[in-house]
Structures are given as C-alpha cells and as structure tokens.
Design a protein around this ligand. Structure first.
Ligand code: DOR
Ligand code: ZN
Length: 347
C-alpha cells in the first residue's frame, strides 16, 4: 500500500481569511500547505474596489508567516455600483484574479450583493471582454424556494440565462453541492468550471440533522442528500479538469456557530489535505488527487502550477482532528470528518 504521496504544492481556489485577529489566526494554516489561494472578498465592508483589494492584500501579506511560500490571489465583490473601469484596471494590473457574485442575502456578509442581474450586465460584459472570470455563489434567495433546491433553481433561473447572454464570460460555479451542478458543469464546455469543498465530499444532510443538530456542519450551500455527495465525489475523482478544490474554509468563532442563529461556515484549512488523501485513497483514486488540488484550477485560471511540493504520509494510527485554534476572541473549531484520518502532512 502507498504510504507516502508527494503532490505539487496545491492551490485553494476558494478561501475565507477574514480580517484582524481572525486573519492572523487562520492564515498560517493555509500558508503551511498551499502555494496560492483565491481570497473571498466578503468582509464587512466588502472588498469592492481595486484600492480595497490592494489594502486587503497588504494585510494578508503581513499575516503570512516568514518563510512561507504562499501567494494570495485577490477577488472583488460584485455590487450593483461596481465601476467596470476600476475592475478591469485591477485585473489588467494583476491585482485581482476574479470577481465574486453573491446574490444579495444568500450567505454570510452578502447584503451588498446583487439583487438584479440586469444592473450588473455592463460590468459582466466588461469582464467577458477582458477575460476576468466570474466566481458565483450559485443559490437563489427567493424565500419560496426550499433551501435544498436553491442551487438547482439558480442554474435554471440565473446561471444558464446569463451564460446564454454572455457565452464568452468564464464562470466558476463555487462549492457545487448537487448532481444538478455537476451535470451542468460537465456539459458546459470550457467557459465553465466548478470548485468542490472538502466538507461537501464528506458530509450529507443527515450529518447535520440526524441524531442531534451539529452546528459545526452548517454551511452554505447546505449539504444535500447522500446521492448528491456521491456525485460530487465522482466528479472530484474523475480527472475532469472542470472540477478543482476550493475549500470554502470559512472560520467563525465557536460562539458564533453555537448560537440560536448560528453562522454558516466550516473551518477546513488545517486538515483539508489529510482528509482529501483519505477519501481519494478510500475510493481508489489517490492518483487523481494531484490534478484536483494542484493542476486543474491553475489551468482554468491560466497560471502555471506551483513550483514546490507537499508530502503526506499514511500513519498506522488514526490522527486526531486538529485542536481548535485559539484566537484572542475565542476558539475556532476545526472540521471533524467523522471518519478516521490516517494521512498527515509531513513536509
Ligand atoms: O458556509 C459558508 N460560509 N458559505 C458561504 O457562502 C460564506 C461562508 C462565510 O463567509 O462564512
Ligand atoms: Zn465561500
């Protein structure tokens, strides 16, 4: 049995680092294992302009431990007031890599998001023209639509019509959670790709709700039924370059998770690679892990793969879930995949 695996230093194409004390607490976990990450802009207030992105990038750089080989790739938060010239200039200068579309109200800190897609069409046209990828939180916010159906309905109501209007716009459907999303991306040609998170490869909705409610498994899009989880795993392990890792590692303090109205988000940065090695191995697909974590995303974003490597070793004993991170404001619980994890990053 293989007991070590060396991967090209991977990328996380969807990451929340936050700001302030939380930024300082979580950045070392990602910088330890990843060469680059696409940094989500949903701060309060959000990262809307090129100047905002430059300032946020500086704060992130200051939080990276000395000697770490890690580059943050910045995004802008699309609003109905976004200035297309500022956005295109930020992309052309290399400051930003992509732009994030949050439907207003869809998730954490999305109040400044898009209510009416027609209002952002001029910006999207400028992005298509300048080849700036659009990263999409693919859920409708219509209160009439059941939360478990919001991704599938988004494809029909928003995403497919948008791509018909602007076929040259390159789109990443972020954190896909359904077989509908997988099928849509598979049939969508080169202009669409999808990120898959670590946690959605492990948990289904029973893990959140059966036998007691588990706030640490609550995230958005919410995990779906088991058949959808299987579709995500199959996509991740298929070798199809349209699918790549975006952890959506989304830290919230325990007091914000374990509350009557708890926050959405799961902190997976510390153990993502170990969890992925475990599940790819269990499915007989360890040879596909490198493509998923280090190659497919770089190809979509048009950047070379990272130069370094990361090595994982399979230990005889199951490894404990990493300790909760202590931040000055409280504890931050790390994702528990609920299956024994034998892999550990060794260098
Ligand atoms: O679970 C989530 N947490 N989903 C998102 O879309 C946002 C994220 C966050 O920022 O906490
Ligand atoms: Zn996210």
């Amino acid at each position: 049995m293989t007991d070590t695996i060396t991967l090209t230093r991977p990328d996380d194409w969807h990451l929340h680092l936050r700001d302030g004390a939380m930024l300082d607490a979580v950045t070392p976990d990602t910088a330890a294992d990843f060469g680059r990450a696409l940094i989500m802009p949903n701060l309060v207030p959000p990262v809307v302009t090129g100047a905002d992105a430059a300032a946020y990038r500086d704060r992130i750089m200051a939080a990276i431990p000395a000697g770490a080989d890690f580059t943050p790739m910045m995004t802008l938060y699309l609003t109905e007031g976004t200035d297309p010239d500022d956005l295109v200039a930020a992309a052309k200068s290399g400051l930003i890599t992509a732009v994030k579309l949050y439907p207003a109200g869809a998730t954490t800190n999305s109040a400044s998001g898009v209510r009416d897609i027609d209002k952002v069409m001029p910006v999207l046209e400028a992005m298509a023209e300048a080849d700036v990828p659009l990263c999409v939180h693919g859920e409708v916010t219509d209160p009439e639509i059941d939360i478990f159906d919001r991704e599938a309905v988004f494809i029909d109501r928003v995403l497919d019509p948008l791509r018909t209007r602007l076929p040259q716009l390159r789109v990443v459907m972020e954190h896909v959670t359904t077989s509908d999303g997988v099928e849509y991306v598979k049939g969508g040609g080169d202009s669409i790709a999808a990120t898959l998170t670590t946690h959605h490869l492990f948990i289904n909705r029973n893990h959140i709700l059966a036998g007691g409610i588990r706030p640490h498994y609550y995230c958005l899009p919410v995990a779906k039924r088991e058949s959808h989880r299987r579709a995500l795993l199959t996509a991740a392990m298929s070798g199809d370059a349209s699918f790549f890792l975006g952890t959506d590692s989304a830290p919230h303090l325990d007091q914000a998770k374990l509350a009557p109205c708890g926050c959405a988000g799961i902190y997976t940065a510390p153990n993502t690679l170990a969890c992925l090695a475990q599940i790819f191995e269990a499915e007989g697909a360890l040879d596909r892990l490198n493509g998923f974590v280090a190659v497919h995303g770089a190809a979509f974003y048009g950047v070379p793969v990272n130069g370094g490597t990361v090595t994982l070793r399979r230990e005889t004993d199951a490894q404990p879930v990493p300790e909760a991170r202590a931040t000055p404001e409280g504890a931050l619980t790390v994702f528990d995949p609920m299956v024994p994890i034998h892999w550990t990053v060794v260098g």
